[in-house]
Structure formats: C-alpha cells, structure tokens
Design a protein around this ligand. Structure first.
Ligand SMILES: *Cc1c(COP(=O)(O)O)cnc(C)c1O
Length: 396
C-alpha cells in the first residue's frame, strides 16, 4: 500500500494494516494461534535471540493484532501502536513502562473512575506520587509540575461534564518542563481528535468503546513513537502479558472501517438532542461541547472536529426527577457503558461517581439531577421521544 500518511482518514481506516497473504483473502484474516513454528533449530534460535524478525508467541506478536495496531497507528498519526487486553491494561502498561518509585504524575481530576483507583490504590503503593488538577485550568497544571514529574495525564472531553482541555497548550507546558503529555482519547477517537498531531506524546484507548462501536469486546491500545511505545510499553506487554486476543483485534479492525461514519452520526444526533434539551423547561443545564454556551466551545472545530457523541444534562427536582426520566425510557439502555450503537443513559451520582463522598461529588460538579447520555445510532427522533416521556412529566 502507498504511504498511509498520503491517504485520507477513511481510506486508512479501511486499508491500513492488512498485508494480504498468498491466499489472496479480501477481508483481514484471523490468526487464532498461540505459537508459531520454525523451519529449523537455527531459525528458532535466531528468532529467540532477536537476530531474525518473526513471530514466536502470541503474547508478543500476532498478525491479526499487528494489523489492528498498524491501522490505529495510521489513524492517530503515530509511529507505533501496542494493543492491550483492555483500556485499563493500556494505562497500566504505560505507567509500568514509564514510571519508577519517586516519580510524580499530574492528572486531571475528571478521569475515568478505574484510572483514579489505579493511580491512588496501586501506583501510590509503588512510590509514585499523584497530584490532581482541574482539567481546563492551565495555571493549576503548571503549578503542580515538579522536577520529578514524568507525565501529565488527561481525558478530553471529560466524563460526564464534557469539560475540555487545550491539548496543544498542555503539550507545550509539559515539554517546557521536561515531561510528557498522555491523552486518553476514548471519547473522541482519532475520527474527531488526533492528540499526537497537537503535540501529545502518547494516546491511550479503550477499544471497548467507539473503536469496537457495537459493545462486543474488551481491548485497549497505546499509540506514540517507537521509543516510548515500541520499547517501553511493548516491553511491559510482552513480559507482563496483558496482550490483546486475536479475535478481539479482528473485531476492532472491522470496527475501525466504519469509525468515521459512526462518529459523525453519533455527533450529529448528540448535537440535535443537546439543542432540543437546552429548550426543555424541565432541564436546567446541558453539557455538550457543540453548544455555543459551552465554556470551551472555541476548541470545537479546532481541536476536536465536532461535539462528539456524549452529553449530560441536569433536570429540576434532583435525584428523584432524574431517576423518573431514566425509568420512563423504553428504548434507551440503562447502563454506564458508552460508544455503542445503542444509546445508553446513566445517573452518574449513584453509579459511576457513587463511591465519591457528597463533598467530592459537589466539587466534581456531579449534581443529583445530572443524567448522562451516550448517544447511539438509533433514529434520533426515537431517542428524543424516549427522553421526552419522562421530561414532560416533571412538574416545573
Ligand atoms: C472505559 C474507559 C477506560 C477503561 O477501558 P476498559 O476497556 O474498560 O478497560 C479508560 N478510559 C476511559 C475514558 C473509558 O471510558
């Protein structure tokens, strides 16, 4: 294939990473094999010593997994991608690959719950210190950096309030202070936002979400340059073992082929829903980057192409009203997952953010009346009607 950098996004999403075998298959083959056979003892010795390239064992390399890695690297504009067993495994492998006791990291406060737990409960036990800052407060990031800070970590937009960080500004800040910028790009995917092109050093994915797109498999990935990803992160994966299964890689490969179309459709429906919610008398606030009222709306079109597929809104009447809206739906799925063709609806205060104390929730802006929607690909009018049933019943 020609140089992936010269091809458009949709073409890379469909064509990159597949090296057709002598069978002439059109669709990407699934190599369901744990190990590989050598033609001689000498060849085995050469592969094990690293003198000769080639497969040894699927914990290290597998052709289907590699096809997914090459395709995602081509989409994010990274030199190298390493696939992992889950999004959390991607974050863990990044930490194990880059950090040692005595190091410090600065993280956005508004990150995925399990990531916070990984940092606080496990990394801290191995002598890594963590500081948390508000995502969009550049001065707070700057003030938190110390000589021993190894990287800054963030998700943008944040969950569930869709707050955004200026990736380019944070990359400049990190590099000026000799640290790296790590971005969890799960919510936007490379179809809407490519952090490496904005100066980030590493991109993390939970492939479980939009890359799969149909809620089938668990997986993750890290994308970046050869040194950080090909050496540091890959070294952890091949030794510690949170590798991606070939079957999951095959599902994600096929998911990537429709990623751009799906992300555009998710965002179109989310925009429409957000604009309707803003006008609804039972709704006090809507959080969606695509609305002009969003505090970082200026980054839409510049940093991320659209507002994305996720929005939150607050209803009058607190928890009971929010639960009433959720329970009145007949189509939407009541689940905390996201990135599926099926629209999901969540009450963050009692689910994803339920373990926080009321003060921590207050500080994080997670109100009792808050509802998060990960907008799926159903007919947008059906999604709207499903929400209207509960919202119209709220007395105002
Ligand atoms: C789901 C998610 C993860 C974790 O991914 P898993 O595949 O569930 O391990 C990490 N970051 C974000 C933003 C997520 O939504």
């Amino acid at each position: 294939m020609s140089d992936p950098e010269e091809l458009g996004f949709a073409t890379r999403a469909i064509r990159a990473g597949h090296h057709r075998t002598e069978e002439g298959e059109h669709s990407e083959p699934l190599f369901a094999t744990s190990s590989y056979v050598f033609s001689s003892a000498a060849e085995a010795a050469a592969r094990f010593s690293g003198e000769a390239p080639g497969n040894i064992y699927s914990r290290f390399t597998n052709p289907t997994v590699r096809a997914f890695e090459e395709r995602l690297a081509a989409l994010e504009g990274g030199e190298r991608c390493v696939a992992t067993a889950s999004g959390m495994a991607a974050i863990l492998a990044t930490c194990l690959g880059l950090l040692q006791a005595g190091d410090h990291i600065v993280s956005s406060r508004g990150i995925f719950g399990s990531t916070t737990l990984l940092f606080n409960k496990y990394l801290a036990r191995f002598g890594v210190d963590i500081s948390y800052v508000p995502l969009s407060d550049l001065a707070a990031w700057e003030a938190a950096i110390r000589p021993e800070t190894r990287f800054l970590f963030l998700e943008t937009p944040s969950n569930p309030l869709t707050e955004m960080a200026d990736i380019q500004a944070l990359a400049d800040l990190a590099h000026g202070r000799s640290c790296l910028l790590v971005v969890d790009n799960c919510f936007c995917t490379p179809a809407l936002q490519q952090p490496l092109r904005l100066g980030a050093d590493l991109v993390i994915h939970s492939a479980t979400k939009y890359l799969d797109g149909q809620g089938r498999c668990i997986g993750g990935a890290v994308v970046g340059d050869e040194k950080l990803v090909g050496e540091a992160v890959f070294g952890v994966i091949r030794t510690a073992g949170p590798s991606m299964s070939p079957f999951n890689a095959w599902v994600f490969l096929k998911g990537l082929e429709t990623l751009q179309l799906r992300m555009q459709a998710h965002a179109r429906s989310a925009q429409r829903l957000a604009e309707w919610l803003v006008e609804h008398p039972a709704v006090t606030q809507v959080y969606y980057p695509g609305l002009p009222s969003h505090p970082q709306h200026h980054l839409v079109g510049k940093q991320q192409q659209t507002g994305g597929g996720i929005l939150s809104f607050c209803v009058r009447g607190g928890r009971s009203a929010a639960w009433q809206v959720i329970d009145a739906t007949r189509i939407l799925s009541i689940t905390a997952n996201l990135g599926d063709t099926k629209t999901t609806i969540t009450h963050p205060a009692t689910t994803t953010h339920g373990r926080l104390s009321p003060e921590e929730r207050e500080q994080a802006g997670i109100q009792e009346g808050l509802i998060r929607i990960a907008v799926g690909l159903e007919d947008p009018e059906d999604i709207r009607r499903d929400l209207a049933r509960g919202l119209d019943a709220i007395r105002h």
